[in-house]
Each structure stands twice: as structure tokens, then as C-alpha cells.
Design a protein around this ligand. Structure first.
Ligand code: ZN
Length: 375
């Protein structure tokens, strides 16, 4: 009898120890390191050299116990870019403008009440995000673990719009959900953050006219549908012709590129179109969807740009806006290769270094916990 009890006890101790270890590992993965805890509460940051504002929130991070890694979109790319800027000494946590989540009222500036209601169904959200695994999860969990992150990212794009009007350049280290439409999400996109930001700025009387420069390899079909027939908002999209979305929507100006297009042709076409597009749009603000799925080797597309070419592309639009005195917002958009985050980091780094040449702090190595958290 005694022997059996001690055997049982031993079993219980082993079980308790094992669950302790599991809890510690899960906690270690989920509990944010200090650099991320510092960008959790919404607050003002510091525009570098009074010219460049960076918007980021710890809440952009989707963490569903590793399941998020099954999706082709590297949702940790936002966190990787933030961490890389921080460890390179280019961005202190206190510089970051930390957004609030957007509000239902703001979402309704673009989306329908029916669309909002549809988000209470996990299967529908799974379809929008092309992530079948989500369909089986309870709606409350999907809202808290997934949709919440997109609401903060949308809040970030709205905040970036306000900051660009004040400082000139604002970069949201997320956003660019250009496939979302008033009544439905699609192509990994739920809320149309750039459109919501434009409508919110218009509503507050801060802008009248806007231009979307969509450089993601996929057409900005959501933006095109939302602003069709709207004289005040000009949609420009440069994209690969033979991939999703098929059929394409009609932007105010579309440039279709064949598979295999590389830097030289891409940059020549962009340099040719950009002045015309800006002249036609006469914008009070420009939103760039700077998707880097134009990179050679991207699993979802077949353009052949190099990392340097993409940095030049973003620089061409940002520098042109600055030289013409037009406030500019950059959102990250797509990019599905393993090193997509690095290309966008290089692009953001270029902008910070150009417009804040005397800035910069001492670089440091990321901690083991930071590496684990963003892996
Ligand atoms: Zn894309």
C-alpha cells in the first residue's frame, strides 16, 4: 500500500515538474523581452531629427503558440525589423510612436457593419487570412490572438498618417493591407488600413486629397475598389500581371509587369510614372505600400528585383515626396521569402540614415530571449 502511494506521488511530482518546464518554455516564448514591453502602451515617441517618425507596437505580434508559423506570411517580420533597428542603434524604444488599436467607428469609415459581423465567425476569418487552421479556433481566441494585431496595425497606419502631416515622413512597421474590401477581407488582409487612415484624416479635416503608391507585387485591388469613382483619392498600382488577384480591379493607374522583370526596367518605369501620378493626384499625403514580394525568389511571385533595387525603389518615392513637400507614409505590405524582413529593414534604415544623418546610438547584440521571441 505504502509502496503504491509513493509511486503515485513520484508520478505526480514528475508530472508537475514536466508541466512546470512546459509552462516555462511557453512563457519564455510568449512573454515579451524588455525591448518589446517598452513599446506596449500607446504613447508619443520622438520624430528623429523632427523628420522621420517610426510607428510600432508590441501588439502587432501574432502569437498563437507557434501555429502562426504555418502561414506563408512571416508575421514576425514586423518584430524582426523593429528589433534589428533597435539593436543597430538606429531606433530607441522611446523614439517609437506606439499606436492605439483602431476603433469600430474608424473601421466603419470603410467597411460595412455586415463585414464587422462576419468577423465573429472563425471560418470566415480563416478564409480572409487564407489560414484554414484558424477555422477550428473559437471566435474569441481568433479575435484576441489574431484580429487584435491587425487592429493595432491599422491604428498604426492612422497614427502614421497624422505624424507624416506633422514631420514629413512616417513609417508604420506593419500595414499595407491593400486587398481588403468594404464587405470582405481576402489575400491575408482583413482591415483596409490605408483606406481607413485616409478616411479618418479626411474626416478630421486634416487632408482633402490622397495618393496610394502601391508597389507590392500583387495589385492593390482592395484600394482600387474602395476608391473607385472617388476624385479625391488616386490609386496607383505597379504589379505582376499573371498572379493573384485575377481578375484585377481597376486602379486610377495600373502598371502591369511580366514575370521576370528586374531592377532596371522596374525602376525606369517607376521613375517615368511617378511624376505623372503625383501631378494627376495633387495629394495632400502619399501612402506607399512597399511590399517586398517583388524580390527575386519570392514564393508567391516571379519578379526578379534585388534587395538593392527595392531599397532604391522605396527611396525614389520617399525622396520625391520630401522634395515636393508632400507628407509620406510607408507601410510594409507583403514579402514572403525568408529574408523579406531584411530587405525592408535595409529600406527603413536608408530612410532613417538619410534624414537623421547625425543620429544613431551604439549597436548591441540581440539577447537570446529577443532572438527566441522574434523567431
Ligand atoms: Zn503582395
Amino acid at each position: 500500500m505504502k509502496k503504491r502511494t509513493s509511486k503515485k506521488r513520484r508520478k505526480r511530482i514528475i508530472l508537475a515538474a514536466a508541466s512546470g518546464v512546459i509552462a516555462l518554455v511557453v512563457f519564455g516564448c510568449v512573454y515579451p523581452p524588455k525591448s518589446f514591453r517598452a513599446v506596449k502602451q500607446p504613447r508619443e515617441g520622438r520624430a528623429m531629427n523632427d523628420k522621420v517618425a517610426i510607428v510600432y507596437s508590441k501588439h502587432y505580434q501574432i502569437n498563437v503558440g507557434g501555429l502562426e508559423k504555418l502561414h506563408s506570411f512571416d508575421i514576425h517580420k514586423y518584430a524582426k525589423i523593429y528589433l534589428a533597428l533597435n539593436t543597430a542603434g538606429l531606433l530607441r524604444p522611446e523614439d517609437v510612436f506606439v499606436p492605439e488599436s483602431d476603433t469600430e467607428e474608424q473601421i466603419l469609415l470603410v467597411h460595412s457593419p455586415e463585414f464587422l459581423a462576419s468577423l465573429k465567425n472563425s471560418k470566415t476569418v480563416a478564409r480572409y487570412l487564407e489560414a484554414p487552421i484558424i477555422a477550428a479556433a473559437p471566435a474569441g481566441l481568433v479575435d484576441a490572438a489574431v484580429l487584435n494585431a491587425f487592429r493595432y496595425a491599422t491604428g498604426g497606419t492612422i497614427l502614421a498618417g497624422r505624424l507624416a502631416l506633422k514631420h514629413g515622413i512616417a513609417i508604420n512597421l506593419a500595414g499595407g493591407y491593400h486587398h481588403a474590401k468594404p464587405n470582405a477581407g481576402e489575400g491575408f488582409n482583413v482591415y483596409a488600413d490605408m483606406a481607413i487612415a485616409i478616411r479618418a484624416l479626411q474626416k478630421d479635416g486634416l487632408i482633402k486629397r490622397a495618393l496610394i503608391v502601391d508597389l507590392d507585387v500583387h495589385q492593390g485591388n482592395g484600394s482600387a475598389v474602395i476608391f473607385a469613382g472617388d476624385e479625391a483619392v488616386f490609386t496607383f498600382s505597379m504589379h505582376e500581371d499573371d498572379i493573384y488577384p485575377i481578375p484585377k480591379a481597376k486602379s486610377d493607374f495600373d502598371v502591369e509587369l511580366p514575370a521576370g522583370t528586374g531592377d532596371e526596367k522596374y525602376l525606369r518605369l517607376l521613375a517615368m510614372c511617378l511624376p505623372k501620378v503625383i501631378a494627376a493626384a495633387r495629394p495632400d499625403i502619399v501612402f506607399i505600400q512597399a511590399g517586398c514580394d517583388t524580390l527575386a525568389g519570392d514564393p508567391l511571385a516571379r519578379l526578379k528585383m534585388t534587395a538593392e533595387g527595392i531599397v532604391k525603389r522605396d527611396a525614389m518615392v520617399i525622396d520625391r515626396c520630401v522634395s515636393e513637400g508632400i507628407p509620406v507614409v510607408m507601410c510594409l505590405g507583403g514579402g514572403y521569402s525568408e529574408n523579406a524582413w531584411k530587405v525592408q529593414y535595409d529600406s527603413v534604415r536608408r530612410t532613417i540614415e538619410k534624414y537623421n544623418p547625425s543620429g544613431g546610438n551604439r549597436p548591441r547584440r540581440p539577447t537570446a530571449k529577443e532572438k527566441l521571441y522574434t523567431k
